[in-house]
Design a protein around this ligand. Structure first.
Ligand SMILES: NC(=O)c1ccc[n+]([C@@H]2O[C@H](COP(=O)([O-])OP(=O)(O)OC[C@H]3O[C@@H](n4cnc5c(N)ncnc54)[C@H](OP(=O)(O)O)[C@@H]3O)[C@@H](O)[C@H]2O)c1
Length: 295
């Protein structure tokens, strides 16, 4: 039996996910995006793909969706909330694919918590020319082990996509966040790539950001091993000098930085658990300002 699946946000990740979903003939896809899109346009390691699509709006009498896969950034949820509330019915299972923590939160006004799946993705993908997105690696999705995650997994022909179901998604998400928020903050504020970690003081700053973040993570229930920082320092030494981060890329391209999903949530939860986070607070205040520049 075919399933009606909405993909909401046809940007970098939306293109990568839509491409994988359209391989399964049982999936009937509906596409939603703020600006116009005429095709899935993806350059993978093997192929240049262009598949015509049309964008639906809520005025189009979209049928009841079995699934809605949301691929927008954290700061885009507020503007999207009216459309999301219309598309999400009591029959719709919702998957949120994005960076950060507590991914269900903005959707709880529209549906039951049990119908929402949080999903992180490792799939570096960037806009290139003529509306194409270049996918540098095959997608790897990570979700909390569950029955609904099994159902989501069954939507894909799994040849080209890897799906990990974790027993403790919260801990995995926190580890990813502590690393990406600490590394991203330093690269984004310095405007430089990983070569800056040659400087001992920068490495110290990385460790201190990480310590602060880990204290909040543990207070929030993440079970992170005691040698995590040592592991991250070893990992740092394997990065090429030219490695950047999504926060740095967004800043250099003049795009909004997903600060609320990174250092912002660490500060917010730190305040909730009464843990001082001065470094993350500073990063959040400064980078929020670059998102709201005077024109
Ligand atoms: N790209 C990566 O390499 C990567 C890797 C790992 C994780 N992620 C995470 O994945 C999430 C999605 O990122 P992304 O890179 O795919 O972002 P993106 O390329 O900016 O795509 C977001 C898409 O959502 C659309 N959108 C925004 N607001 C909307 C609204 N109100 N209604 C309908 N559509 C709306 C945008 O449309 P417009 O064209 O109109 O702006 C855009 O096409 C983020 O949390 C990101 O951090 C990304």
């Amino acid at each position: 039996m075919s399933l009606k699946i909405g993909v909401f946000g046809i940007g970098a990740i939306g293109n990568a996910i839509a491409y994988e979903l359209q391989k399964n003939a049982l999936n009937e896809l509906y596409y939603f995006n703020r600006s116009s899109r005429t095709a899935i346009k993806l350059i993978t390691e093997e192929d240049k793909i262009e598949i015509p699509i049309s964008i639906h709006t809520i005025e189009d009498q979209v049928p009841i969706l079995d699934w809605l896969i949301i691929c927008i950034k954290e700061h885009q949820f507020e503007e999207a909330s009216d459309t999301l509330s219309t598309l999400i019915t009591s029959k719709t299972k919702v998957v949120v694919i994005r960076n950060g923590l507590n991914l269900k939160e903005p959707l709880l006004p529209f549906t039951d918590e049990s119908k929402i799946v949080e999903c992180s993705i490792d799939c570096p993908t960037q806009p290139v020319q003529n509306g194409f997105y270049q996918q540098l690696k095959k997608p790897v999705l990570t979700l909390q082990q569950s029955g609904i995650a099994n159902e989501f997994e069954s939507l894909f022909d799994k040849e080209n996509i890897k799906i990990n179901q974790e027993k403790d998604f919260k801990t995995e998400s926190w580890k990813k966040l502590c690393e990406s928020a600490s590394l991203g903050a330093i690269l984004c504020l310095s405007g430089e790539t990983c070569w800056v970690f040659e400087d001992k003081k920068i490495k110290e700053l990385y460790i201190n950001l990480m310590k602060e973040s880990l204290a909040v993570a543990r207070a929030d229930g993440a079970k992170i091993e005691t040698d995590f920082i040592a592991q991250m320092i070893t990992k740092l030494s394997t990065y090429p000098e030219t490695k950047g981060s999504s926060m740095l890329t967004d800043r250099l391209n003049g795009n909004s930085i997903e600060i609320g999903a990174k250092n912002g949530i660490i500060s917010r939860l730190g305040a909730m658990y009464n843990i001082a986070t001065p470094l993350n607070d500073l990063v959040t205040v400064i980078l929020s300002k670059t998102n709201n520049k005077k024109k």
